[in-house]
Design a protein around this ligand. Sequence first.
Ligand code: AHR
Length: 351
Amino acid sequence: MKKKFLATAALAALAFSLTACGGTNTPPPADDSSSDASPTAAGAASGYSLVPKDTNGDGFITLGFAQVGAESGWRTANTQSYKDYFVEANGFKLVFLDANQDADKQKQDVRDLIAQGVEVIDLAPVTDSGWEPVLQEAKDAGIPLIVSDRQLSVSDDLYLTYFGGNMEEEGKTAVKWLQDYITANNVTDPINILHLQGTIGSTAQKGRTKALDDAAPANDWNIVFQQTGEFTQAKGQEVTESFLQQGKDFNVIYSENDDMTYGAIDALRAAGKDPKEYIIISFDGNKSAVQMVVDGLIDVIAECDPLLGPQVGDLIKKAEAGEQIAKITYSNESYIDSTNAAEKVKTAFGS
Ligand code: AHR
């Protein structure tokens, strides 16, 4: 299908360059996706008054980081940003625990961090539910807790602040790109979407899936297949292969991260299909994926910033100094397509 669109690709490029400025695309949704500029303090106003402190007086703040796992290039970059930043030279020590994408193990990991007496906990949750008892235990132990990367379905008074992506806005950015592409290219073919979902129950999956689920009926798009690829390349390939074996028609891939996109492209090639015949929508912005946009393999990537370590460190220092910090701060994110990929690839994270 994509080949058919190439004759009018210049028109699409023009349409999207109208929203581009200096190689950086402005996210198309109208909602403010940058940060919660509300003056509401993370602390007292939300019933949470714990702030990070050097309670043992060793001259450092010990951060216990409960990480999701090592499932993706995004995750590798995210972990590295913590390991690079939370070092003694910056006034921190780091205790790092990897949940291996297991939500139950991660709850135990947080309990282990509480038992070790770390001075602040950063939780990047595998999934968003069932956290109240564990967070209450951290609060009762007097250990401030920050949520990063993915959000939680818990009351505001159980954590200090959230810092990370606005996953539903990322999905809306991707969906808006597709709507604009279809309009700019006068596409009249039915839109049949293969949807690779992330880890079910994570807000990264819920937000990105919701954006597509909301947009599909409104735009008369068909989601012909929707299954989790658990944010991994291997599973993304496996799920795409199983769908290809059914022999059903599709012309768009909406893949909730770059790793599953790599897997889907591998599956297409293994089935003798040309990935350039499909509209491929991805999330994250790893360097290899951005290079694939340059090469015309991926059409758009909704960005998700993994380099959270220094930004979380900055929030901790501000809170420690008594500054008010927002309850929610969303990362600055946009999208990457043919209009800005050549520029973006120079500074993209990872390999
Ligand atoms: O929560 C962020 C998501 O988790 C990234 O999009 C994905 O690559 C990772 O595994």
